[in-house]
Design a protein. Structure first.
Length: 76
């Protein structure tokens, strides 16, 4: 994010925009010392459902392919 600093010169009213590549690098967060993030039960169930959805869709695709192959004997 670019930094905007107010110009204190009376001749130039406004802001100077500094490009992020020219800005002073910011200190990064040390992720080694953070530990696990606490989650509520609704967040846990949402993440479980997000994992289960693609698995269920893949299982339905395989079921459809097997049914079209005639393994179950119903398709003609």
């Amino acid at each position: 994010m670019s930094t905007m600093s107010h110009v204190l010169n009376e001749e130039m009213e406004g802001y100077i925009v500094i490009h992020p590549l020219d800005d002073v690098p910011e200190e990064k967060v040390d992720t080694e010392s953070l530990g696990p993030m606490p989650m509520t039960s609704s967040v846990k169930w949402s993440l479980i459902s997000l994992r289960a959805y693609p698995v269920l869709m893949i299982a339905l695709v395989f079921y459809r392919v097997i049914a079209l192959a005639g393994v179950f004997g119903g398709a003609k």
